[in-house]
Design a protein around this ligand. Sequence first.
Ligand code: NAD
Length: 251
Amino acid sequence: MGGELRDKVAIITGASRGLGRAIAELFAAEGAAVVLVDLKPHWAEAAAEAIAATGATAIGYGADVSDRAALTAVIDDAAARLGRIDILVNNAMWNRYDLIADITPETFARMTGVGLGGIVWGIQAAAPHMPPGGAIINIGSMAGRLGSTGALLYAAVKAGVDGLTRSASVELGPRKIRVNAIAPSTVATEGVLAILNEDQIARRITQTPVGRLGEAVDIAQAALWLAGERSSFVTGQSIAVDGGIGHTLAR
Ligand SMILES: NC(=O)c1ccc[n+]([C@@H]2O[C@H](COP(=O)([O-])OP(=O)(O)OC[C@H]3O[C@@H](n4cnc5c(N)ncnc54)[C@H](O)[C@@H]3O)[C@@H](O)[C@H]2O)c1
């Protein structure tokens, strides 16, 4: 693999599986030291060990990203151990679909706490450690742009991700820190397979112009581009990585 992120330090939340894991693996393969954060320390540590076995520097931490103090402590500790933070990928999310009638104050608080709070606290804690040239990448969703049954709360959170990305890019731009989002369509991760049934997955494939679901590596490649120098004039954007489904009326 190449060295596109050589000497960079990257923190990825929700990194023990799914898209976060794929991003951590690709960034490590491109030369970054990677810091994996997940809910349980042993999940993050096991994923970090597997990446370290390839010869990369990888450290795992347990933290709930909705817990400001816990996430800040992890980010401060990682910055102290590795010297600085160049890249933050805010990926962790509690992926959950509920019909409108089933939404409770508890699910509202948890989804907004993880999906929006986790990003706010992550940016707040990481930005002071970031030198000029830093990159923040927030994982949004096409669900923030397109409606679907059961996605009211999830869509609100993900539309919020696009909004906070724009404002963070304006505020941090003068410090030469870029902030972008990625809006994936469906990728068959464990999190998604827990909320979509076979029929729903088959329908999404049919609706997608390129005729397949996304792969985790599709999202990781977009994150790599946004993390590196090749996108140095791109900030405040939410980039659809969706096989064209976001522009499709009928197929
Ligand atoms: N897979 C898709 O189709 C898809 C599509 C659009 C957007 N996304 C977004 O991509 C991101 C990753 O999704 P995924 O499909 O890989 O999900 P996943 O459920 O497979 O993985 C999510 C990871 O985040 C961790 N996590 C959850 N809550 C956390 C918290 N409070 N603190 C720390 N870690 C936490 C989980 O333990 C897990 O390791 C999410 O933001 C999701 O909304 C996914």
